[in-house]
Design a protein around this ligand. Structure first.
Ligand code: GLA
Length: 410
């Protein structure tokens, strides 16, 4: 490895493995993070979304064991034990002599996550779900490293789930269709990690296509790759705003959407057409009505963005992204003032050459832009000059590209 660049996730996963376990890994898997370009909170309403996988990965280095234990080193997390050896910590995490956090469980006990730290629940959850689905899962030693910004709403957890799924697939000699793997990840997250997310994040990480956005039908789970213009970049600007309310507000939005569907007499908001909306929309409670209006309009914008991307029509791309941001701000109410200011500041620089909007669950996280590559420096400079989070932090700008979905590397 050369001295003048940062080690890649792959290099760190392998090095961590060798140092912690004293042997070389047998298999390597990876899975990307995602951004959603448009269609926010539409997934659990069985509507459309339009994400892309990005070139920020979680990598898992893995080897067999002869027993029924899964032993895991998380290279990017602090060694909670603070001491030498591998004595068991109070929360089931183990010490690993400064190499990272360490966890361990028996395959038969994977479903019992009650004493496990959050990060280990994703690993246990995947093992539990794969076993429920009848896959053979034998004991394994794993080391995990990644370059997905944590807590920024870029689905680091979905990328961990997909990378873990592929590690067990490679070690145990079976494969799963990518959609099935995504659903396993969603179930691991819903049941074992305690987050009631839709399927957007896992499908994006599983099915990403380099250079393409994914037009995703969250009812049929059909995913159509849409080529992105060659000179476009996906700029991901991490606002550094803590997404404190995200869980309670996320669940509240889900309930409001369910209430809207019930009030309109449909299975999901996906089923609302113009006629039904003009007949019954006005009868909904005003807040519930605005929530539904966001879902219906943002789901429709997905097909528009697919067309605009295919045509390379940057002005139309920008128009749709702006409308989507305003809909999240005014109807779905999941933005915060500093995020609105950041999106507006970026949009001002970009003008008619593309667009900016918040991405993900809301209440902080990242603002993304789709813009010509030639504008990156100008946007970056404007963000550096014009933005600070409420607690005074500068944003972090990641220049990303649409990447391939999860798989086995070696
Ligand atoms: C989070 C969830 C997804 C999706 C988005 C909002 O990322 O995990 O399932 O609902 O929020 O679009």
């Amino acid at each position: 490895m050369s001295q003048d660049r940062e080690a890649t996730p792959r290099e760190r996963a392998v090095q961590g493995f060798e140092r912690a376990f004293g042997r070389a890994p047998e298999r390597l898997s990876r899975a990307p993070a995602r951004v959603n370009l448009i269609g926010e909170h539409t997934d659990y309403n069985e509507g459309f979304a339009m994400p892309c996988a990005i070139d920020r990965d979680t990598v898992v280095a893995a080897a067999h064991r002869d027993d029924d234990v899964v032993e895991v080193l998380a290279c990017d997390l602090p060694d909670e034990g603070g001491g030498a050896g591998d004595a068991m910590g109070a929360d089931g995490a183990r010490r690993s002599g400064g190499l990272g956090a360490r966890g361990r469980f028996r395959i038969g006990d994977a479903a019992d996550v009650s004493a496990s730290p959050q990060w280990l629940r994703y690993v246990q959850g995947m093992v539990a779900v794969l076993r429920e689905q009848g896959q053979a899962v034998r004991g394994a030693t794993l080391s995990i490293a990644g370059n997905v910004p944590q807590g920024a709403g870029l689905s680091s957890s979905a990328s961990l789930e997909m990378a873990i799924g592929h590690a067990f697939s490679a070690l145990n000699g079976w494969t799963l269709p990518p959609t099935t793997m995504a659903l396993a990840g969603q179930r691991a997250e819903n049941v074992y990690a305690g987050c009631r997310c839709g399927v957007l994040d896992q499908l994006s990480s599983s099915l990403g296509v380099r250079g393409h956005a994914l037009l995703m039908d969250c009812r049929s789970l059909e995913v159509r790759p849409i080529p992105m213009p060659e000179d476009i970049v996906v700029l991901v600007v991490d606002s550094k705003i803590q997404r404190g309310l995200v869980d309670s507000e996320y669940n509240l939005r889900r309930q409001q959407c369910e209430a809207a569907a019930k009030g309109l007499g449909v299975k999901a908001l996906r089923d609302v057409d113009d006629g039904l909306w003009s007949r019954l929309g006005g009868q909904l409670d005003p807040v519930v009505r605005r929530r539904a209006r966001h879902i219906i309009s943002d789901s429709h914008r997905c097909a528009g963005l697919a067309e605009a991307l295919s045509r390379g029509d940057f002005a139309a791309i920008g128009h749709l992204m702006r409308e989507s941001h305003w809909s999240m701000r005014d109807d779905f109410e999941i933005t915060v003032p500093a995020i609105d200011a950041l999106a507006a500041l970026m949009q001002d620089v970009i003008g008619e050459h593309g667009g900016a909007r918040m991405t993900g669950g809301g209440f902080g996280g990242c603002v993304i832009a789709l813009a010509p590559r030639a504008m990156v420096d100008e946007i970056r400079a404007a963000v550096e000059r014009g933005y600070r989070s409420p607690d005074g932090r500068a944003a972090e700008v990641h220049v990303c590209a649409a990447s391939d979905g999860a798989g086995v590397l070696a």
